[in-house]
Design a protein around this ligand. Structure first.
Ligand code: ATP
Ligand code: MG
Length: 464
């Protein structure tokens, strides 16, 4: 590798097997374009530099020994390297250039073109890339307020509830399992309501240390307690003219609950250590994944506070109650995640979607699906995410559930799950459902391993 220093901060990688030519190019780029340049003599070296150097643009010869230019483009695509490539060629073959563009190259230039044209082409490419990045960042920013995805009846019910409650000034309680989209619902209530132009502030009551909860919510005056060296506005004041989300309200300590009730009833807040009251005009949304009625029965949540916040409730259904939303959610998550990873979006095969729809999504609902989509995007080398890119635990679990439900096995994974189930059932039958003997016959480590497999397949002695 040879480096040619320049002043613009942009680094160009020139890939050409004729070293003298590459070096001349690097020299000219620096002189005419103030561009920094490094060179590589073959495809493998180019890919190595792309992995280690902050390259902004590649000038790529198509005819290279070993890994040729086309292969470099394919590998870049596979590895998700999104550095723009300009192909240059001495043969002037239009077909080859067109093929390179199909593989992801941005444009092509003839080796015979004057250097000024080459510099111009690089500048245009860099500028386009910069704009592209800017747009992606803006889209990401806007996507934070992204509307709820899903058109299942359950989701339509949620949307209808949001539309009805968005303009109601009274507190709204959003309940649902972890990762089901409670915060997104709260943001929608804000976005569609009269205070949409004001701030949206979320306070996670579970994440605050008990001794700081009240000061965080209601603020404090200077000297209110040791460490309160300056006046601090609380969340209620900071969210003035907007929406305050009290996330995980079920985790609020009892003394803070008493104060919160007073604030909600009187619509005014007093900072800790102060006596001046400040009018509260923030609209309040509370969220919880706990059963607040049970919390009341257990003495951990004030009944009067529950009645103050649960007059209007939005229930966010768990993902397993709206599996028909999985394909739409998956496509959406693939699009936003590939934008975030700066990858070209991939397709998702019908078979992969089937795997995802067979799974229960019990642990973390849409958040779990989002993580699975990230894993699949990284696992998938081609253009389309297939069943083999679905994480094995998700796939096997789904296949086993499918078979257990008595539905015909269609995919390879479902058939394998079914065969496993039949093998276990037959062995149990031969051994009169004696678990230790069956485990021994199947060559399993112990009876616990067999019990685990039986549980996974939903086999119980009742089937005997
Ligand atoms: N209907 C949906 N459409 C699009 N994205 C969704 C949807 N529901 C949830 N998500 C996404 O799933 C993730 C989890 O959602 P969110 O944070 O709103 O869940 P939560 O119920 O507040 O979770 P927790 O209980 O853990 O706080 C977020 O990335 C969110 O954007
Ligand atoms: Mg949340």
């Amino acid at each position: 590798m040879q480096r040619d220093g320049g002043g613009s901060g942009n680094l160009v990688l020139i890939v050409d097997d004729v070293a003298a030519l590459a070096q001349q190019y690097a020299y000219d780029l620096r002189r005419l374009g103030a561009l920094e340049a490094i060179t590589a003599a073959d495809g493998a070296a180019a890919l190595e530099l792309l992995a280690t150097e902050p390259v902004d643009c590649v000038i790529l010869d198509l005819e290279l020994p070993g890994t040729d230019g086309f292969e470099v483009l394919r590998t870049m695509e596979r590895r998700g390297i999104r550095v723009p490539v300009i192909v240059y060629t001495g043969t002037g073959s239009y077909d080859r250039c067109a093929q390179a563009v199909r593989l992801g190259a941005r444009s092509f230039i003839d080796k015979a073109e004057p250097m000024e044209r080459v510099v111009q082409e690089i500048r245009t490419t860099l500028e386009r890339e910069r704009l592209h990045r800017e747009v992606a960042a803006l889209e990401r920013e806007a996507g934070r307020d992204s509307p709820l995805i899903g058109s299942s009846p359950a989701m339509e019910t949620v949307r209808a509830a949001i539309a009805k409650l968005a303009s109601v000034p009274a507190p709204v309680l959003v309940v649902g399992e972890s990762g089901s989209g409670k915060e997104l619902v709260a943001r929608e209530l804000h976005r569609l309501g009269p205070v949409a132009r004001g701030p949206f502030l979320a306070v996670n009551c579970a994440a605050l240390p008990h001794e700081l909860v009240e000061s965080e919510l209601f603020g404090h005056e200077r000297g209110a307690f040791t460490g309160a060296v300056a006046v601090r506005k609380g969340a209620f004041e900071a969210a003035a003219g907007g929406t305050l989300l009290l996330d995980e309200i079920g985790e609020l300590p009892l003394p803070a609950q008493a104060k919160l009730l007073r604030v909600l009833e009187q619509r005014e807040v007093t900072r800790l250590g102060g006596n001046r009251t400040v009018r509260v005009d923030a609209r309040v949304v509370a969220a919880t994944n706990r059963d607040l009625d049970a919390e009341v029965r257990g003495g951990r949540f004030r009944e009067d506070l529950l009645y103050r916040v649960n007059a209007h409730v939005v229930r966010v259904p768990p993902l397993c109650d709206r599996l028909s939303d999985v394909p739409e959610l998956t496509h959406h998550l693939v699009a936003v995640t590939s934008a975030r990873f700066r990858m070209r979006p991939k397709r998702v095969s019908a078979a992969a979607l089937e795997c995802l729809m067979a799974y229960e999504w019990r642990a973390n609902n849409v958040r779990e699906l989002r993580n699975v989509v990230e894993r699949m995007l990284i696992a998938c080398e081609g253009e389309e995410i297939g069943p083999d890119d679905v994480p094995a635990d998700i796939r096997d679990d789904g296949a086993e559930r499918h078979v257990r439900a008595g539905e015909p096995a269609r995919t390879f994974h479902e058939r394998r799950a079914e065969a496993e189930r039949q093998i276990v059932l037959a062995a149990l039958g031969r051994n009169d459902w004696h678990v230790t003997r069956t485990a021994a016959e199947l060559g399993l480590a112990d009876h616990a391993s067999l019990l685990k497999i039986m549980r996974r397949h939903g086999i119980s002695r009742a089937e005997r």
